[in-house]
Design a protein around this ligand. Sequence first.
Ligand code: PNS
Length: 162
Amino acid sequence: MKIAIYPGSFDPVTFGHMDIINRAYKMFDKLIVGVLNNSSKKPLFSSEERVKIIEKLYKDTKQIEVMSFDGLLIDFAHQVGAQVIVRGLRAVTDFDYELQLSQTNRVIAPDIDTIFLTTNLRYSYLSSSIVKEIASYGGDISEFVDKDVAIEIKNKIITKRS
Ligand code: PNS
């Protein structure tokens, strides 16, 4: 069984991430969306919340599983039996970091390969941070995230302010 992991912070998941998920899951028997439990980054959503948000989006897609992970990505990949890591490349600015990440992971775990999908041009500028910034000023984020995700973001911002 060919299993791949699509890892990330997903704080929150955007249309750019969904573009990668929607294309990647068709290439494997199973795609695990791995949500990094990165408490040091002070995320807007807890890892449990981020997992639930993505699970809801893909509740009807059996090949997609959503899990949170701590620690090294390659340890998580070995735990779940994944042979491939999927990452999205938006622009050349992503390349240095992604190359370093994939080369290092390959030195630590030569049995796991990283593949890159270039993000749809429509979302090549998009990041979770930009979405959060626009939402924090009350801007319209409907072009960037699913409508249910937009509601979650607005509710979270209101809760955090009160
Ligand atoms: O969405 P992001 O924040 O760009 O995702 C980065 C992620 C989760 C892929 C990366 O930070 C990661 O793999 N973290 C887990 C810790 C790890 O394995 N670090 C060593 C990588 S060389």
